[in-house]
Design a protein around this ligand. Structure first.
Ligand SMILES: Nc1c(NC[C@H](O)[C@H](O)[C@H](O)CO)[nH]c(=O)[nH]c1=O
Ligand SMILES: CC(=O)[C@@H](O)COP(=O)(O)O
Length: 175
């Protein structure tokens, strides 16, 4: 059974967090809507946050781009992954979806930076419309609200990762 959105949380006005969205371009009618809904909701509940958006060709490219961004200099406080996989006649869609899910979870646990997973696997455009464009089940808004919850939790628990510190190394290593 499809569940409706969690309630909109209270606004956190003071958080100047950097939030990164990594979204696929594939099925752009739907993925653009996911980005728009997620961004709009973030602007409502985290108005001071800085939001960066990276677009990759398809869902399969989301994990590698996410990994690069989570290991970059300006590490985001949370990463939101958005995509839409519509099953075709082969197992390709399921294989992509499973690989992306496993990779994103591993990335979150390795970096200890929350990764919000809304890379959807659906059977048809009707399911896609309800979750990407419709309002009652909108997974873009859901992603924003989940990001908000994780930011609050990690802040309360003092778990936010410090900015990536530049490592100074001498070369050759025996120098
Ligand atoms: N069929 C869908 C794809 N397929 C493309 C893959 O994600 C990937 O870009 C390709 O295998 C090259 O590495 N991607 C989606 O996001 N959604 C689809 O429905
Ligand atoms: C999820 C996909 O890559 C999908 O478009 C592939 O379709 P098919 O399984 O019919 O090749």
């Amino acid at each position: 059974m499809s569940t409706a959105l969690p309630p909109r949380p209270r606004q956190i006005s003071q958080t100047k967090a950097h939030i990164c969205i990594v979204a696929s371009i594939y099925n752009s009618e739907f993925t653009d809507a996911l980005v728009e809904n997620a961004t709009d909701e973030l602007n409502n509940i985290l108005p001071q946050a800085t939001i960066s958006v990276a677009r990759v060709p398809g869902a399969f490219e989301i994990p590698v781009a996410s990994s690069a961004l989570l290991h970059a200099e300006d590490t985001p406080i949370v990463l939101i992954a958005l995509g839409l996989i519509i099953r075709g006649k082969t197992q390709h869609g399921d294989l992509v979806a499973e690989s992306v899910t496993t990779s994103l979870q591993q990335l979150a646990c390795d970096t200890k930076i929350p990764v919000i997973h809304e890379v959807l696997l659906v059977d048809d455009e009707k399911q896609a419309y309800a979750r990407c464009i419709g309002s009652q089940l909108n997974r873009g808004r859901e992603a924003a609200r989940s990001a908000h919850t994780m930011i609050e939790l990690f802040s309360e628990l003092g778990l936010h990762q410090d900015k990536k510190k530049k490592s100074t190394r001498s070369y050759p290593s025996n120098a």
